[in-house]
Design a protein around this ligand. Structure first.
Ligand SMILES: Cc1cc2nc3c(=O)[nH]c(=O)nc-3n(C[C@H](O)[C@H](O)[C@H](O)COP(=O)(O)OP(=O)(O)OC[C@H]3O[C@@H](n4cnc5c(N)ncnc54)[C@H](O)[C@@H]3O)c2cc1C
Length: 495
């Protein structure tokens, strides 16, 4: 009897090391499908109808995802197959397609974050109602969930003990080989057309401004990388960062940089849309260690990938509580403020604190911000302004090209003092700016209006008298905003 499988592609847009693909390709007929779910686009409420609203997917990730889908379709076609694209709720689309092609099984990768998990449960329920078997596989972390030293419900809430336990007691699995692809089901062509790969303009729910911004990423080339979506670009980036530019050997020393493509790997967008498998990165690091050099830097890239795993397993363990205002620490004692004006100043990079503003402008223009920048911008909103940290996290959700629910909300909660840390964490943004941007090259890169100022004042322009401002040709309140709060006083409150 001929068996037919559907592969439901989600944030696993690759052919390499793709276990769901490998499972599905064991059938006699294979239909690869991507479903554009309208619930992941447009303006949405956070945490229920009474809460604030935000754009689920902004221009940068919208563009990146569309490019990733085009690239994946080309790869399937090169192998004689197809990527069928549909728009609608995946539970309906997949159930209908399963009936049309008479599928026996649907294979998919599972994800721990609540929204994705909910869709997955609905899909599973619908398919089972129709007698279709469902295969759910875990395939987006470095360490496989089944290889953890404890069940995921018991993983440590502290990063260091989690990391030590996996390093000691688990190993990274071998990558899954890319299978040869079985033919498409007979219905493809007549009853099932390929459908169009979306563009930002055809994605559901994006407003005109978002579509226009998606068409013009980083118009003046100030961003760290163009971040082209897709598996091909992902593999190219690994090749160029690790091998051609030979940057891995100095990663630990450069990773706190702020300008240019080389200071960190910039692999996050591809990892998060699943264009790149973390096990592929792991194997490339090991190969580099054998062929070139093994040092603290080569280890450190894996150390950071374990942070990524940590937040995935944390969300698997704690579920929705991770995304709640009091967080997993149940911090009901913090008096979060709701201040739209202050939030907007932060979001648009108009706080008058250059290091925060430069980072927010980079985010808005390009979808990317360095890790150092994210820590400071997040700390400023959550600690200095005491604005509901989830609004900041949701803003990052809209804007980031590399948004990932567990990494984003996990890091935000950590900085806001409601997540995986026993201490309250805040960053002194001016001290950080002086340390990591001593010559003010980064702030003037994004705020050229501050270029005439000596570096020490470019980070604290409010320390200039009116005469000094006039002498340098930068007038606060006219050329660049006055600081929106007294920073020193806000740190006094946090001590
Ligand atoms: C407030 C805040 C929000 C963040 N939101 C996201 C997000 O939505 N998506 C995301 O991928 N990362 C997020 N990060 C983590 C980190 O900033 C980015 O992963 C990193 O800047 C991406 O650049 P890179 O690939 O060059 O990183 P590299 O320094 O080259 O690190 C290699 C990889 O390790 C992982 N990694 C590194 N640091 C972290 C970390 N702190 N937490 C989890 N994984 C990490 C990423 O997958 C990254 O690609 C956030 C950090 C903060 C402080």
């Amino acid at each position: 009897m001929t068996t037919t499988a559907i592969l439901w592609l989600r944030r696993d847009l690759r052919l390499h090391d793709n276990e769901a693909l490998s499972e599905a390709a064991a059938a006699d007929r294979l239909l690869p499908v991507y479903v554009v779910d309208p619930r992941t686009y447009g303006d949405r409420p956070y945490g229920g109808p009474d809460s604030f609203r935000f754009g689920k997917t902004g221009p940068h990730r919208a563009r990146f995802r569309c490019e990733a889908l085009s690239d994946l379709r080309a790869s399937f076609r090169e192998r004689g197959s197809e990527l069928v694209v549909r728009e609608g709720p995946p539970e309906e689309v997949l159930a209908d397609l399963a009936t049309t092609v008479d599928a026996d099984v649907v294979a998919m990768h599972t994800r721990p974050a609540p929204e994705e998990a909910r869709v997955e449960s609905s899909v599973t329920a619908r398919l089972r109602e129709r007698g279709v078997r469902v295969r759910r596989l875990w395939g987006h972390t470095l360490y496989h969930v089944n290889d953890l030293p404890t069940p995921y419900t018991e993983v440590s809430d502290t990063y260091t003990s989690f990391r030590k336990s996996v390093e000691r007691e688990a190993s990274v699995r071998e990558q899954v080989a890319t299978p040869s692809l079985p033919p498409l089901p007979d219905a493809v062509g007549d009853a099932v057309g390929p459908g169009d790969v979306p563009t930002p303009a055809t994605l559901p729910g994006l407003d005109d401004e978002t579509v226009a911004a998606a068409r013009a990423p980083d118009p003046d080339g100030r961003g760290v990388l163009p971040f082209e979506g897709g598996e091909s670009a992902a593999l190219d980036r690994v090749e160029s960062y690790v091998w051609d530019a030979d940057r891995l050997r100095e990663y630990k020393e450069t990773r706190n940089g702020l300008i240019g493509e080389g200071y960190s790997s910039k692999l996050s967008p591809w990892l998060n849309e699943g264009c790149l498998s973390p096990r592929y990165v792991h194997d490339e690091v090991r190969r580099y260690e054998e062929l070139r050099v093994k040092n603290d830097s080569t280890y450190w890239l894996l150390f950071e990938l374990i942070w990524r795993d940590f937040f995935q397993f944390q969300v698997a363990k704690h579920g929705g509580q991770f995304f709640s205002r009091p967080g997993i620490r149940e911090r009901h004692d913090i008096d979060w403020r709701d201040d739209d004006r202050a939030f907007d100043l932060w979001a648009h990079g108009e706080t008058g604190i250059p290091f925060v503003d430069a980072n927010m402008r980079e985010l808005n223009e390009t979808g990317y911000m360095s890790n150092r920048g994210r820590q400071n911008a997040a700390s400023f909103l959550a600690n200095n302004l005491r604005i509901d940290w989830r609004r900041g996290a949701a803003y990052f959700e809209t804007q980031l090209v590399d948004y990932e629910p567990c990494s984003n909300y996990g890091n935000w909660a950590y900085i806001a003092g409601v997540g995986n840390d026993s201490r309250d964490r805040y960053f002194n943004v001016v001290k950080q700016a002086r340390q990591y941007d001593a010559r003010a090259e980064y702030v003037t890169h994004w705020l050229p209006v501050l270029e005439p100022l000596p570096p020490e004042y470019a980070h604290e322009p409010w320390r200039l008298s009116a005469d000094e401002q006039a002498a340098h040709g930068v007038e606060l309140g006219v050329d660049y905003p006055e600081p929106m709060l007294d920073l020193d006083a806000s740190y006094e409150k946090l001590r």
